[in-house]
Design a protein around this ligand. Structure first.
Ligand code: AMP
Length: 297
């Protein structure tokens, strides 16, 4: 897009206040001057301002415009010049992290169930279109006042990669990363999002207390293994061949996860265990999880 066209298209939106800073850049609330609708503008900061936007990234982003589902934040428009990229998204009221802060105390078990169901519906849709999220966390689960949950930033990790530090130089969190990725696995599959879903499920059921708040890769893995037990070779034969594999002591699993998440029903605990399986090949899929008895309680 030529600079003049970019400015013309940009002029369609009246920038209102800043609403957040995420992994890729600043997010602003804005109004579409043509139809008065409210949108979220995400300015993507490019790693190499001189080089401009890689064409592979642009191609990926264009495909994301086709993802249309009630539980996915709609990508409405893409504005780009040589050096700038602005993504225009459907606007949502708040994110799950802010929701946790506003709850201080328990979250109603029916709300936890509804949020998890919506998260899985959005994931199942994207996974069936072969799109992974790769960086799911409460900050990119957006919530509307009517209780709708929508997944933000779908597919951006593939287009731009997951940086080590986000725009505001805050360290990118490891809390929702599965053990295979922490051990350096390079081939990602839908299972990466299922582990993150399990961590988010436990966090919702525990009134916003994160399950594995590790400070670095080793601490993150130790916390996981101390709770779930260090995987044995028969449970996960491929583990020792992963690029960054490191030996850990043989921790035994906590006998009953209910001690750690007391507010979750037995069926909920049973489902949670299926997300939190260290071997990615044995982790439950979004579609399977939606059929679980926990949703009929
Ligand atoms: P992100 O880059 O998606 O991590 O965005 C950073 C923050 O901006 C999020 O945690 C949200 O609070 C806010 N945000 C991002 N996208 C939207 C949106 N579509 N509607 C409202 N707020 C958003």
């Amino acid at each position: 897009m030529k600079a003049i066209d970019f400015l013309k298209k940009m002029n369609k939106y009246e920038k209102l206040e800043k609403i957040g800073e995420g992994t890729y850049g600043m997010v602003f609330k804005a109004k579409n001057r043509e139809n008065q609708s409210i949108v979220a503008l995400k300015k993507v900061r490019l790693d190499d301002e001189e080089e401009g936007i890689p064409s592979s990234a642009l191609r990926e982003i264009c495909l994301l415009k086709e993802l249309k589902h009630i539980n996915i934040v709609r990508l409405l428009d893409i504005l780009h010049s040589d050096k700038k990229l602005i993504l225009v998204f459907e606007y949502c009221d708040q994110d799950l992290k802010k929701y946790f802060d506003s709850c201080d105390g328990m979250i109603d078990p029916n709300i936890v169930r509804s949020f998890l169901r919506q998260l899985l519906c959005g994931l199942s849709y994207c996974h069936s279109h072969h799109v992974l999220h790769r960086d799911l966390k409460p900050q990119n689960l957006l919530i509307n006042k009517n209780g709708e949950l929508k997944l933000a930033d779908f597919g951006l990790a593939r287009a731009f990669g997951i940086p080590v530090r986000c725009y505001s130089s805050e360290v990118v969190t490891l809390w929702y990363r599965p053990p295979d990725v922490l051990f350096g696995a390079k081939i990602y599959s839908t299972s990466i999002d299922m582990w993150s879903s399990g961590c988010i499920f436990a966090e919702m059921a525990n009134a916003g207390k994160p399950l594995f708040p590790g400070s670095d890769v080793e601490d993150e893995l130790r916390r996981i293994f101390k709770l779930l037990g260090t995987p044995t070779e028969s449970e996960w034969p491929e583990m020792i061949n992963l690029p960054d594999y490191k030996h850990f002591p043989n921790y035994q699993p906590i006998a009953n996860l209910s001690y750690v998440i007391p507010n979750l029903s037995p069926k909920g605990i049973y489902l949670l265990k299926k997300f939190l399986v260290c071997n990615p090949l044995k982790r439950i899929s979004a579609e399977q999880a939606l059929k679980h008895g926990y949703f009929n309680e």
